[in-house]
Design a protein around this ligand. Structure first.
Ligand code: GLV
Length: 384
């Protein structure tokens, strides 16, 4: 409060007439009020309906704000947006929510803000017939049973767009790390095993003018293709259910069958969602079609690749290397991958740049606001 503003002293005047100064409303004051308020309302729950009706209606009504439960801390910007409209219950623990806790919490909210490790099936949805929206803090939504949600009239939101650039850059980082043998080099330096420059030492590759095969030509796949084309003069092949005429014209991308892409590409990069038909899309047979000199990059979902088949192909030298951001059974990965020099692995950090995460928080919050507030619009509802 500014100095120029006069602060009116609050006093208590008991029958004795002695004026007792009361503290100014500050944090402690408000916390005490909050405790009384909670006690008062807890008390409300146990009163018979007839008594309830006589209780201050407006006070009771203010308690009716819809509750949003957030299963794990997310960037503050999203929380602040939600707090403007709803009662926000944030689980402050930075680890996946245990099933039992989720089963309890889901019963008391109108909206659930989930992260990609929260498995939400029909059974759990049935615990709360009043649940209106599940907003997933991710572009992927394979952790949620979408048809179960649709049957129950629950909207499911995701966060496309805001992590496109981050994930495309991340994919490029993995490609370059493999081609320039960055992680291998780092390990040599850490072991103090660098014995001097040599003409044939640690030979790598240029990305310049290589052929990139993009499997799944959605936002992220297209962005990667643009960066590779404009930045590195790459040829672009893509496999996708539909043809992208705009990109065929702009960057000369060629629509091909998966088998053709696998045979021709120097880098195969996966950008498909995990769906029943994309599970193990890349297995033993597909890996055997790839060039011995080619790299496989996965920044989509782990189970798009048969990880055991990949390990075997890498060990046999069937392909040159793999860059993996995602794994079949996260947080673990198939044992043996970590021993290979031609594998670069990172812990599912494709959307980890703060710009992307803040964007995801904003979109995830807006999806809830858009569903629950009249006149507001969600950004992306996958079962709209
Ligand atoms: C991250 O993997 C996401 O799906 O957003």
């Amino acid at each position: 409060m500014g100095n120029s503003q006069a602060v009116r002293q609050r006093v208590l005047v008991p029958s004795s007439g002695v004026r007792i100064p009361l503290p100014q409303p500050n944090e402690t004051y408000f916390s005490i009020c909050a405790i009384f308020f909670k006690l008062y309302n807890d008390d409300i729950k146990y009163r018979p309906v007839s008594t309830l009706l006589s209780i201050n209606q407006s006070l009771f009504m203010t308690q009716k704000k819809p509750v949003v439960f957030i299963t794990r801390p997310i960037p503050q910007n999203g929380i602040a947006m939600l707090k403007k409209h709803f009662t926000v219950r944030l689980r402050k623990v930075n680890s996946p929510i245990p099933k039992k806790e989720l089963e309890k919490e889901i019963q008391n909210c109108t909206a659930l803000l989930t992260i990609l490790t929260d498995k939400i099936d029909g059974k759990i949805m049935d615990l709360n017939p009043n649940l209106k929206v599940i907003s997933n803090f991710a572009v992927g939504f394979d952790n949620i049973d979408i048809s179960a949600a649709s049957k129950r009239g629950i909207a499911v939101g995701n966060t496309p767009g805001v992590l496109t650039q981050s994930t495309a850059e991340h994919t490029l980082a993995l490609i370059l790390a493999l081609m320039k043998r960055i992680v291998e080099g780092q390990k040599i330096m850490e072991r103090n095993a660098f014995c001097g420059w040599g003409p044939l030492y640690m030979l790598g590759k240029e990305l310049y003018k290589k052929t990139i095969g993009v499997v799944g030509f959605g936002r992220i796949g297209v962005r990667l293709a643009e960066i590779a084309y404009y930045g590195f003069g790459c040829n672009i092949l893509y496999d996708n259910p539909s043809v992208n005429k705009k990109m065929e014209h702009a960057i000369h991308a060629k629509h091909v069958k998966l088998a053709t892409l696998l045979k021709k590409a120097d880098v195969v990069s996966l950008h498909v969602p995990l769906l029943p038909h994309t599970h193990h899309l890349i297995g033993k047979k597909e890996l055997s079609l790839m060039k011995k000199t080619a790299y496989l990059i996965n920044t989509a979902r782990g189970a798009v690749v048969d990880e055991k088949a990949l390990l075997s192909a890498l060990k046999k030298g069937q392909i040159a290397g793999a860059g993996l951001d995602v794994f079949e059974c996260e947080p673990s990965r198939t044992a043996g991958l970590e021993k290979l020099n031609n594998v670069v692995m990172v812990p599912h950090t494709g959307s980890a740049p703060v710009e992307a995460r803040e964007g995801m928080a904003q979109v995830a919050a807006q999806n809830i606001i858009g569903i629950l507030k009249k006149g507001a619009k969600p950004v992306s509802i996958v079962n709209a």
